[in-house]
Write a protein that binds this ligand. Structure first.
Ligand SMILES: Cc1cc2nc3c(=O)[nH]c(=O)nc-3n(C[C@H](O)[C@H](O)[C@H](O)COP(=O)(O)OP(=O)(O)OC[C@H]3O[C@@H](n4cnc5c(N)ncnc54)[C@H](O)[C@@H]3O)c2cc1C
Length: 176
């Protein structure tokens, strides 16, 4: 597998590298209301990126970056956003590639969003994007464990989104 190497300047410092050859199973846990650290939220309905209200604080926003690789990758992230009922936003390279319209752009030259959780998929964490993201918690899916986004993320999965998102979608299907 070839991992695109565009941008994504490594942040300084020592970052643990994922072990090779690790395998695991995905366990679906039913959310338990009232337990510290566990929160659930209502589904917001279909994602409406064009109608993104910059004044609203969203429970969850999904962001797609250049790391989604192509239009199919972008559609996979869009499917996850729809399944979660979360708005979908993008970085500039995604707009430049023509995978998404400019209305979905977040950052210095785009919209600003406010949310409790920002799920960043294939996003390096460049300041020109992150300046538009006001989030309590950033969760990152990025193959490069040294990507700057991990300096901002509270949770991260250093893997190919193409492996993780189908598993997440299956989990969501199980919960329905
Ligand atoms: C004047 C100016 C204004 C700008 N304004 C904006 C703006 O408003 N908004 C904006 O977003 N940008 C803006 N930019 C561009 C900005 O500087 C960055 O280039 C851009 O934000 C990087 O986008 P990215 O994170 O999607 O791409 P990259 O930096 O290329 O990062 C892609 C990431 O995807 C990861 N990846 C690759 N393959 C996979 C995979 N299979 N699974 C998971 N992860 C993977 C890589 O490790 C990498 O970290 C501006 C730039 C300039 C000069």
């Amino acid at each position: 597998m070839t991992v695109p190497q565009r941008g994504g300047t490594p942040a300084g410092g020592t970052v643990p590298r994922p072990g090779g050859g690790l395998t695991g199973t995905v366990t679906v846990l039913a959310p338990v209301e009232g337990v510290a650290g566990v929160r659930t939220w209502e589904r917001l309905g279909p994602a409406q990126p064009d109608a993104l209200d910059q004044g609203q604080v969203y429970p969850l926003v999904v962001g797609a970056g250049w790391g989604v690789g192509d239009r199919d990758g972008f559609e996979l992230v869009k499917t996850l956003a729809r399944a979660l009922g979360a708005p979908l936003v993008v970085t500039r390279p995604v707009v430049d590639e023509g995978w998404a319209p400019a209305e979905m752009l977040v950052g210095q030259s785009g919209k600003r969003i406010r949310c409790e959780v920002y799920l960043a998929v294939g996003i390096s964490g460049d300041p020109q994007h992150m300046v538009g993201v006001e989030a309590d918690t950033v969760v990152a899916i990025n193959t490069d464990p040294r990507a700057p986004i991990y300096g901002r993320a509270r949770l991260g999965v250093a893997c190919d989104f193409r492996r993780l998102i189908p598993a997440l979608l299956r989990c969501l299907e199980t919960l329905r």
